[in-house]
Write a protein that binds this ligand. Structure first.
Ligand code: SER
Length: 302
């Protein structure tokens, strides 16, 4: 929807694999169901609409990837290659392929993690994202394709529930706070991870898309920070707004994944090369999330 607002409804073709799009998305412009590992299906839409830019968001995230590593490899690697090959062969203008904080793992500094460091992730999701960054940079060098990507932290949205990630608790906590006044969190209270509110994620993505190519020294692997907080600090911030809210902690297999990821990021490359600057911190994001979800709950939409 943000891309449609910026570039015009008919200029943005939305796709999904199976999940029904919101009525707003379905009714405001073209929409197709396609499987990103099916080159012919993707190419048909590219051809039909004379697509010049692909924003490739399809991926299996960290937690689901650990349950089904083969599927994560297939979607994340083969899906990405489909998109890159179509873009190369049809000489598209630009491809955006996000990466993730999941590229990091043991051996890298977890505080203020630099852009350039050891990348030895322990999840299949992380493995595919490291390979993906390298593959994207290869297409830039070898074929002159304009590929760009950022390492998204946990993304918090009032519109879309996350699916299958380790950072999902930071979204689910808001829904449960509004609906039930309590939440059981699947990581420990002291677990601290980098997070970003959706409006900042959209801004980061579009700012990177529009940055002059000549200014970029990096291409597919920008750290982007916005805020870092522990699960306990998030719960305390929600409690400031909903005093009766309670949170308990029952860590599961996702704790080990969270513990292997950075607690905060050094995003100076993004700041220098394309002027990245976030707008939301924990307090302003929490207020806005609770306001938006509170409204949806009142209207019976949650
Ligand atoms: N949100 C993702 C996950 O938790 C990280 O990129 O898997």
């Amino acid at each position: 929807m943000a891309l449609r607002e910026r570039y015009g409804n008919d200029n943005v073709v939305a796709t999904g694999r199976k999940t029904e799009p919101s009525p707003a998305l379905r009714d405001s412009g073209p929409f197709y169901f396609i499987n990103v590992t099916n080159r012919a299906a993707v190419e048909e839409v590219v051809e039909k609409h004379d697509i010049d830019t692909i924003v490739h968001m399809a991926a299996i995230l960290s937690a689901v990837g650990e349950k089904n590593p083969e599927l994560a490899w297939d979607v994340n690697m083969n899906g990405m290659r489909t998109v890159l090959d179509i873009a190369r062969d049809r000489k598209l203008t630009q491809v955006i392929i996000p990466s993730s904080i999941a590229v990091f793992g043991p051996g890298c500094p977890l505080e203020n993690t630099p852009n350039e460091t050891v990348l030895k992730p322990t999840t299949m999701y992380g493995v595919t994202k490291v390979c993906g960054e390298l593959l994207c940079d290869y297409y830039v060098r070898k074929y002159g394709l304009d590929v760009r990507g950022l390492r998204y932290p946990g993304i918090i949205s009032s519109e879309t529930l996350p699916g299958g990630g380790t950072t999902d608790y930071a979204v689910a906590i808001f829904y449960d706070a509004v609906k039930h006044g309590k939440y059981t969190c699947f990581v420990r209270e002291d677990t601290r991870l980098p997070m970003m509110y959706m409006p900042d994620c959209l801004k980061a993505t579009m700012d990177l898309m529009e940055a002059p190519f000549e200014r970029l020294k990096h291409h597919s692997d920008f750290n982007v920070g916005a805020m870092s907080f522990s699960a306990g600090e998030l719960a305390a911030e929600i409690k400031k707004n909903i005093p009766t809210f309670t949170c308990s902690y029952e860590p599961d297999f996702r704790q080990a994944i969270a513990d292997s990821w950075p607690r905060s990021l050094d995003d100076s490359a993004a700041r220098e090369e394309w002027g990245w600057k976030p707008s939301y911190d924990l307090a302003t994001m929490t207020k806005d999330m609770l306001k938006k979800l509170g409204q949806q709950h009142k209207e019976g939409k949650l």
